[in-house]
Ligand binder design. Structure first.
Ligand code: ADE
Length: 236
């Protein structure tokens, strides 16, 4: 699978995406990540990517032309089954099932906005507008890295053992979180690893993990269980 990222900060992404499983997947040729400098698709001497907002207001708005020229330059390099995704805080919330759906594609073209966002006409040139959460970042680059990570690890062969994906938080129809995990030492500052995990009875371990996963979901994400739709602030 191929990822193309359009950004004014091309230097910001390779570090994060060249390590660990995502880095190995690139080395093994399972995924390709191409990072493009949005300014290469400008046509003025100043390589301007932003301008003042129509109607007034603070800040600058990203121009639509460099993004569209970029998409049109990249598109012929991509397979027929490629989608263009705009990262923005106004988008639909990213879900695990999006990563699963995208992992079956030939590619994703990811557009990173900055400043006060991109000229709204960009929506005529993208397939999806996605937000990674209800908070505002300074730009779409970290969001694009998250989309690459989440999608690449669902691409066949990228994560070695499929059961490690199946036990993930959200894999189970996004209804529950993953179970707590432990490793050595067996006791750390008086905190012991649960006995059942050390005893080697696989049926009991499975049941224990299942129960703990549900408990953790009820505690941290009651909304997933339809238990409590009140906001949990995390400070109580
Ligand atoms: N750009 C700025 N904030 C964002 C968010 N929450 N999700 C995706 N892109 C963004």
């Amino acid at each position: 699978m191929r990822f193309d990222i359009l950004t004014i900060f091309p230097e910001s992404l390779p570090g994060l995406l060249s390590v660990g499983i995502i880095g190995q997947a690139q080395e093994a040729g399972q995924i390709e990540v191409h990072i493009h400098d949005l300014r290469d698709f400008t046509d003025d001497p100043h390589r301007a990517v932003d301008d003042r907002p129509y109607g007034g207001g603070a800040g600058m708005v990203m121009k639509v032309e460099p993004f569209v020229r970029g998409i049109e330059a990249i598109r012929p390099e991509c397979g027929p089954n490629t989608r263009t995704v705009l990262l923005s805080p106004q988008g639909r919330l990213l879900r695990q099932r999006d990563a699963q759906r995208w992992a079956a594609l030939d590619g994703l073209i990811l557009l990173c906005g900055r400043y006060e966002g991109i000229d709204e006409r960009i929506l005529h040139f993208v397939d999806e507008e996605i937000s990674i959460g209800d908070y505002v970042l300074t730009g779409g680059e970290t969001a694009a890295a998250i989309v690459v990570e989440a999608t690449a690890r669902m691409t066949p062969g990228v994560v070695g053992r499929f059961d490690s994906i199946e036990s993930d938080s959200f894999y189970d129809e996004e209804k529950r979180l993953g179970a707590p995990q432990y490793t050595r030492p067996p006791v750390f500052r008086g905190l012991a690893v649960p006995e059942v995990l050390q005893a080697g009875d696989h049926a009991r371990i499975k049941a224990y993990r299942e129960a703990e996963a549900w408990k953790k979901t009820a505690r941290n994400r009651p909304d997933l269980l339809g238990l409590d739709l009140e906001e949990t602030t995390g400070d109580g």
